[in-house]
Design a protein around this ligand. Structure first.
Ligand code: SAM
Length: 201
């Protein structure tokens, strides 16, 4: 659990490779990106990208846009940068070692934000989500994904996790909440929401 929250050193590196090889991890990340309907010119941000499966998928869609990623693990920044090496060289993918509580500047407002199995590690997540909402353009979208990895996790565990994410997003000022499920074992929930259209960044 400690390594999942902050992969470090040789063990962290192995954990990252396992994340990337695990079929259900790959599927949930690619599925989550598909739900955000990324357009070629979009500017998107992922928090807690781990080995960078979703970052690479974003880069495939935002061909004329920018993909930003933040993860506090140096080990994960290295792995994700290797996975998207060509797009990093082309300055379309920008990966930063930073924690969600101390975000760098991303310049212009963002179109979409994603976090996959990361929110549970954040300090004061509602405050973090408020800050993220301020980075989005009006009507910009966010997707928070949870696939509980606790021993014995079931569909009920996923449904409860989705409810917690919905409550947090509502408290942080997001609107138009909807939930999608991917039937893996255990199921994955993706809670999607929008920055209100009249909320300038
Ligand atoms: C369980 S892993 C998930 C990785 C990836 N999203 C995936 O689905 O394969 C959680 C990731 O969130 C990152 N993380 C956890 N807390 C963070 C924080 N406060 N700020 C930035 N990244 C964080 C970890 O370093 C780790 O890479």
């Amino acid at each position: 659990m400690r390594q999942a929250g902050h992969p470090q050193g040789i063990v962290g590196s192995a954990v990252g490779w396992l994340f990337a090889l695990r079929g259900s991890n790959r599927r949930r990340n690619i599925w989550a990106v598909s739900l955000l309907n990324v357009r070629p010119t979009d500017r998107v941000l992922e928090i807690g990208f781990g080995p960078g499966i979703a970052v690479a998928e974003f880069a495939r869609h935002a061909t004329q846009g920018h993909v930003f990623g933040v993860d506090h693990s140096r080990t994960m920044v290295r792995q994700a940068a290797r996975r998207s090496a060509a797009a990093v060289r082309a300055r379309r993918v920008h990966l930063t070692q930073a924690s969600v509580e101390r975000l760098p500047s991303f310049g212009d407002p963002l179109d979409a934000i994603l976090a996959v199995n990361s929110v549970l590690f954040w300090p004061d997540p509602v405050e973090r989500l408020r800050e993220l909402r301020r980075l989005l353009r009006p009507a910009g979208r966010i997707a928070l994904v949870s696939q509980p990895r606790s021993p014995g996790a079931t569909r009920d565990t996923t449904v409860r996790a989705a409810q917690e994410l919905q409550d947090m997003l509502t408290q942080a000022g997001f609107t138009r909440l909807r939930v999608e499920f991917l039937e893996l074992d255990p199921p994955v929930a993706c809670v999607l929401a929008d920055n209100p259209p009249d909320n300038p960044a």
